[in-house]
Write a protein of this length. Sequence first.
Length: 315
Amino acid sequence: MSKIYVLHENMEWTDHLIKRLDELELPYEDWLLQEGHIDLLSEPPEGIFYNRMSASSHTRGNRYAPEFTNAVLAWLEFHGRTVINGSRALQLEVSKVQQYLELERFGVKTPKTAAAVGKANILKAAEQFEGTSFITKHNRAGKGLGVQLFRSTQALQSYVNSSEFEEPIDGVTLLQEYIVSPEAYITRCEFVGGKFVYAVRVDTSEGFELCPADACSVEDLFCPAEGEVEKPAKFQVREGFSHPIIEQYETVLAANDIQIAGIEFIEDADGNIYTYDINTNTNYNSEAEDNHGSYGMLEVAKFLERELEQLTVKK
């Protein structure tokens, strides 16, 4: 019997989906790809394969999980299996450079960005930001890895030459113009089946690590995944959000065979929108969803159910 296969490296970020699959009484199998082996010419099982590999897997001790997942996805695609968020999605997940270039290809504005390998080249690349504020971030990141704000190239030099400097897992450091949001928030748009589901307003006043997963509140000191009683919730669904950028995002996702993703943008004082992240291993914040009555993982499970039904009809 065909079933849904969930490919991932982190159970904490997958439990919510598993609960929804159980709730809908769907047949599924959990494929934990922290390590493993495959026979390339063997036949994969029949079913729908949903890739949830994360760019930040190395922060949980799973350094080579994306590389192994890439091999598994190539195997599945070679044998003609239906893969949700396949090889192309994984390419974008582990490279912000590829994300930005793909967004720009479809007319989606991104912040001015430079990529550099090596400390001397990082400092050289920073010269184009002289006189302005800028940030650094890791090319293969997730969870706001490596994000630091600098007001001067001198400050960057002090950081790069200090013991505090974080070497990116792929060696590529990005330098990016700092876009100021007047109200200190960003917007994250969620898509399932390639279509817009809802947008979330995320408070950025306390830092850059903006992972919406509930588990982040446990493992990441500055990850604002939980609201506070005395303050407005960090994550709030934007009621009735509508903007032409949504159609552009859907075009980008379709062109890259990405069915499930969260895309983040920031708006400056003049109303200009800058898009800076495509997250193909999207998570959802339970508090924001409960307050609004919309549930991302439920929509994902229903989408996988429809895909499984279509596969069964074809057979």
